[in-house]
Structure formats: C-alpha cells, structure tokens
Design a protein around this ligand. Structure first.
Ligand SMILES: [Zn+2]
Ligand SMILES: [Zn+2]
Length: 174
C-alpha cells in the first residue's frame, strides 16, 4: 500500500500490539477497520499533560478549511476519503474510506486520539465516587441520571470506535 499523503510505500509497524501501516516519510498511519478500536481500548501509553493540553486546545467543532480542501485517496481502493472530526468534536481530523476499508491519521494524530480518550476516561474515573454518593440517596437518583446524561453527551468514552465501526460498516454496505 502507498501513503495517501506522500505516496511512499507504507511499512508494517506494531503500535500497542496492533499491526498498523505507517509511512516512514510523513509518519502518518493507516488503520484497517476495527484497529482503532483495539488501540483505543488498549491504552498502554501514557500521555504528558502537555500533549493532552495541546489536544484539548484543538477541540474545535467542524472540519478545518485546509483539511476539507485536501483529498486523500484510500490506499486500498483509491476512493477519495472523507475527512471526519474524530468523536464529532475532538478537533482531530481523520480521513475515512467511504468503502469501509479503514482510516488515515496524519503524524501524531493517533497519539492525540489516545490522549483525548485518556483525558475523558480519567475524568469519568475521577467523578465515579461522586456518582456513587448521589446514587446512595433516593433523591440523588435523578440528579445522577442527569449528570450521567450530561457526561455522556459531552464525552461518550467508547462511543468513538462504535461510531467509526458503525460508519465504516454502513459505508461498506452501500
Ligand atoms: Zn507519507
Ligand atoms: Zn477503501
């Protein structure tokens, strides 16, 4: 397979026990369908507060203009890929094959995706005792429910790869 950005040959590399195709020249990564799920759920690597900060600073909604203008072709089927804002609002733009082959991440984007995930995971863990306290009282049940809904709406951990799997599956069928 060739890199969709710079046309160099992609090389098989191992990232957190998952075989990925990486471009030695631009450091982009191609993930076959399902691989992002494996990587995001593994989370072996820890991120510096700086990287998390940088990721969250880029938390813009919508697809930036320059990403919309560049069209990358799927390395498997040569179909133009669709830029997608990872998890809707992370600000991390990935290119998804409409044929359901997988997705392309530019240099450092895979790390950013993981940092994004870790941040929300940590937030959920930190708030767990608070939910438990609320749940202990009958009056707190509704409040807990509302809070969970709120967290779910803002940062649905695990929603990310479900979304992609669903998207890829849907596109693959059409
Ligand atoms: Zn490349
Ligand atoms: Zn494809």
């Amino acid at each position: 397979m060739k890199c969709p950005r710079c046309q160099s040959a992609l090389q098989v590399a191992t990232y957190e026990n998952v075989e990925v195709d990486r471009c030695a020249q631009c450091q982009g990564v191609w993930l076959d369908q399902g691989e992002i799920r494996q990587i995001v759920t593994t989370q072996d690597e820890k991120f510096t507060p700086e990287l998390v900060q940088e990721t969250l600073k880029k938390a813009l909604t919508g697809v930036p203009r320059d990403e919309q203008d560049s069209v990358e072709l799927c390395p498997k089927c040569s179909t133009p890929m669709n830029p997608q804002n990872y998890n809707y609002s992370s600000g991390i733009i990935v290119d998804v094959c409409p044929g359901g082959h997988g997705l392309w991440l530019d240099r450092d984007e895979l790390e950013k995706v993981q940092a994004h995930e870790e941040h929300w995971q940590a937030k959920l863990e930190k708030e767990r005792p608070q939910w438990n306290r609320l749940a202990a009282s009958a009056a707190g049940e509704l409040e807990e429910y509302r809070h969970l809904q709120d967290v779910k709406n803002k940062a649905p951990h695990g929603f990310v790869w479900r979304q992609f799997d669903r998207l890829l599956a849907k596109l693959g069928k059409s």
